[in-house]
Design a protein around this ligand. Structure first.
Ligand SMILES: NC(=O)c1ccc[n+]([C@@H]2O[C@H](COP(=O)([O-])OP(=O)(O)OC[C@H]3O[C@@H](n4cnc5c(N)ncnc54)[C@H](OP(=O)(O)O)[C@@H]3O)[C@@H](O)[C@H]2O)c1
Length: 320
């Protein structure tokens, strides 16, 4: 495997490539349209391309494609044999009333993936009947049992992050990461205290939807008549409305200009901006095929100038 920039996953023992790979779309028919414009073969090729590029940190979840994303990742691993790092997530559904339900879910994830242990296991969201303390105690138990290597959370606010961090500390286990929505079109972690708290507590911020579900690649610009011809339910989300896409135009134009100056693409510039924003940030762009995987990997290995960085920052102030 080639060497790419690496970042520590907070204070855990894990070190991962600065860019991960999100695989929500693998096997997901409803939101992403798996089986329509991309297939298992595309996903297998995306996997191989990521590993060839040195990107071996994959983010999945038990609910992605109702388990299909984890199953596909397991299939890829068995076919390819090169070592990877796996992040998955427990879904604290309203039907789950006890933190012990996590034990069964984790076993099911391990089975779908075909592994003995998951590198990073995250609580998918904080809105649940389950108490943070009880969840963290249960996670500590599975770390001690060797079924997971590090603990993460997702969509946690500043106060929830502090609570999870403090509870795990009682077990001498660091909170490795908080995975939150963060892109140039969604800069809330900067204004809601999450980025600052991650820095303070030495917790990695895993940035999801860093391409704003494809919008930051520029391919859905209002001027593009094919803009919303995408499979799945994504095109019906508010981000894809004409009004919203019109509002993005100045930023998308700046990304295109900067990209041209570097011989890069708008998406690569958007990812590079996040990587430069803070050393604790690990973006995890999704890729459905080899072409997207290769392009996203090209966000590494170069830097925006300070002037370009600031210009982009200015154009994305509306999304703070
Ligand atoms: N924890 C959470 O609650 C949560 C929530 C959301 C996501 N996530 C994680 O974050 C990962 C990434 O987020 P995301 O998948 O929502 O959005 P994203 O990474 O911002 O966008 C991914 C999508 O953009 C398009 N794309 C990607 N690379 C491209 C390229 N080089 N050129 C053109 N189009 C490209 C693809 O869709 P098309 O080809 O269809 O345009 C792809 O599926 C997920 O896979 C998941 O692991 C976590």
């Amino acid at each position: 495997m080639i060497q790419v920039d690496q970042r520590p996953l907070g204070a855990s023992s894990l070190v991962v490539p600065a860019l991960g790979v999100g695989i929500w779309s693998w096997g997901d028919k409803n939101f992403w349209g798996y089986g329509q414009d991309y297939t298992q073969e595309d996903v297998l090729q995306a996997y191989k391309t990521c590993l060839d590029a040195g990107l071996n940190f994959f983010d999945t979840a038990e609910i992605y494609g109702q388990g299909e994303s984890e199953r596909l990742l397991g299939t890829c691993m068995r076919q390819d044999q090169r070592p990877i790092l796996i992040a998955s997530k427990f879904a604290p559904l309203p039907t789950r009333f006890s933190a012990r339900t996590l034990l069964r879910s984790l076993d099911a994830s391990l089975e779908r993936l075909g592994v003995q242990s998951i590198d990073l296991y995250q609580i998918h969201w904080p809105y649940t009947f389950l108490e943070i303390n009880a969840l963290m105690d249960t996670l500590a138990q599975v770390v001690q049992a060797g079924k997971i290597r590090a603990v993460g959370v997702s969509n946690y606010s500043e106060s929830q992050l502090r609570k999870a961090h403090a509870r795990l500390a009682r077990h001498d286990i660091p909170l490795a990461s908080n995975q939150v929505h963060y892109s140039l079109l969604h800069r809330k972690p900067e204004s809601n205290g999450v980025l600052a708290t991650c820095r303070e507590l030495n917790v990695a911020l895993i940035a999801y939807s860093p391409l704003e579900q494809g919008l930051l690649t520029g391919k859905f610009r209002v001027s593009n008549p094919n803009a919303v011809q995408v499979g799945g339910a994504r095109r019906f989300t508010p981000s894809f409305s004409v009004a919203r896409r019109q509002k993005m135009e100045p930023l998308l134009q700046t990304l295109e200009n900067v990209a041209r100056a570097h011989g890069k693409t708008s998406g690569q510039v958007a990812l590079n901006w996040l990587l430069m924003r803070d050393a604790c940030i690990i973006p995890i762009p999704g890729a459905k095929n080899a072409r997207q995987a290769l392009e996203n990997a090209g966000a590494l290995g170069w830097r925006l100038t300070d002037k370009e960085y600031q210009l982009i920052e200015l154009d994305s102030q509306d999304w703070l």
